[in-house]
Write a protein that binds this ligand. Sequence first.
Ligand code: APR
Length: 240
Amino acid sequence: MSVERLAELLVERQPCVVLTGAGISTESGIPDFRSPTGIWRQFDPAEVATIDAFLANPEKVWEFYGARLGLLADVEPNDGHRTLADLEARGLVLAVVTQNVDGLHRKAGTREIVEVHGSLANAVCLEDGTRVPADEVELPVPRCPRCGSVLKPGVVMFGEYLPEEALEKARRLARDAGLLLVVGSSLEVYPIAALPEETLAFGGAVAIVNRGSTSWDGQAEVVVDAGAGETLRRLAELVA
Ligand code: APR
């Protein structure tokens, strides 16, 4: 019943903007963060994912992100990513705002992507802004080819501001959305967790596809507590 209602919303409440989190990539073999098998059950984010941890101990932070880079080299988009690219091509999805840094939406063919937490595709120099593609960084601690400073993974770490342009674009998309479709996010990390508020405040509707509850479920028109891939595949069939 709820996927059928989601299909009606998708058609009736255009434009649809999709907000994805780590839950859309677990079916590609990439662990999420806060589910029982999530990354933050094995690692303390305070030790490996904050800007202070990076500045204090870049080796330890690169050990964590180096392992994630290695994982990304072999993963492929799954049905969830591919279906969103298909829905965009059919004019039913305007853009994908993603908290993920794995590049799988781009790999699946989505064109309009807003990476609000950066990307593992590059490492960056905090001193001179040099960007080095991930496959060229030399672990265990990559250094800037221009100034020799230790490079930082190109992701937003806790304690850092989100890229201003991406954040503003995500907020604008959420405000203008007739439907904000959240897929695979616990909606626990701000400021992105506040995007549903932008949509609701401007008269749009929110729908959530997520295994497990979120704090926005009560304000969503539809909540589908099921797998992202299977749900999005079913959704695409219903709006065909
Ligand atoms: N289908 C649907 N939902 C899923 C699936 C799946 N196959 N796999 C996992 N989920 C759900 C989990 O149950 C969880 O509720 O996806 C959600 C993922 O939530 P988080 O692990 O908190 O990931 P996310 O919301 O993306 O985290 C936001 O936190 O640590 C930071 O920077 C990191 O971008 C990340 C941010």
